[in-house]
Design a protein around this ligand. Structure first.
Ligand SMILES: [Zn+2]
Length: 236
């Protein structure tokens, strides 16, 4: 009997830890993050750092439906294993699916095997592809209800399969929005830039679509524009 209680307590602790971790992972308060300057707000409902404004605006121009969506692009060195990270803002969840705000955290330094490169020195097309991919994530989030978002977040942090699916969805949206060439350039840059850490390249190879898969997706899309390569929010 006592063992059963201990098991229930343990299970509750583990579940609570997962929920807390997911909430923290998928939330952010942009105003508290570095790089936010309201003077930089020159695109509707957006906060965009000046040094990468051209690349962000170029990527945004492919997503006209996000014009009304509040997105803060902010510099933040804590982007986990990624260079960029897109998340809904926790406080905005209660505004409902259409009123939700998002943050794209950008690591100010592109970490390489030997040293690092300030993000604004990364070639323009590569950055447009990268922002295009992040906006693909945000498009994916805008199609999810709050409940679906929470479930998605839980699965994303617990399973590589769902993480992979989320990355493929983001690429799928970017390709559908006409960013295929940029996405391919970005992938090739990551996979063939000799100075990037091998572990990072391996992660990209394992979890993301390859340049060839993106090309195949684009061809199929051109042949049959109704084809979708994106798993519906209900499915993942
Ligand atoms: Zn991604």
């Amino acid at each position: 009997m006592r063992r059963r209680y201990i098991l229930i307590i343990l299970l509750t602790v583990v579940l609570t830890a997962i929920v807390v971790y997911t909430t923290v992972y998928f939330s952010a308060k942009p105003a508290q993050l570095a790089g936010v300057d309201t003077a930089n707000t020159f695109y509707q409902h957006k906060v965009i750092p000046v040094v990468v404004q051209n690349e962000i605006k170029a990527a945004l121009s492919y997503y006209p439906e996000l014009k009304e969506t509040s997105i803060h692009f902010v510099f933040d060195p804590n982007t986990s294993k990624s260079i960029m990270l897109s998340q809904p803002v926790l406080g905005s969840i209660f505004r409902g699916q259409t009123g939700r705000a998002y943050v794209v955290k950008i690591n100010p330094n592109f970490v390489m095997a030997h040293g690092s490169m300030p993000i604004q020195n990364v070639p323009k097309d590569i950055l447009v592809g990268w922002f295009g991919h992040e906006l693909g994530h945000i498009t994916d989030y805008t199609h999810r209800s709050n409940a679906n978002m929470i479930l998605f977040g839980l699965r994303y942090v617990c399973s590589d399969y769902y993480l992979m699916q989320a990355e493929r969805n983001a690429d799928g949206y970017a390709v559908e929005h006409g960013l295929a060439d940029y996405i391919i350039k970005t992938k090739n840059f990551i996979l063939h830039t000799a100075d990037l850490p091998q572990a990072y390249k391996d992660r990209i190879k394992k979890l993301y679509l390859s340049p060839q898969q993106i090309m195949d997706m684009t061809k199929k899309l051109k042949k049959d524009p109704d084809t979708t390569h994106i798993k519906s929010p209900a499915a993942i």
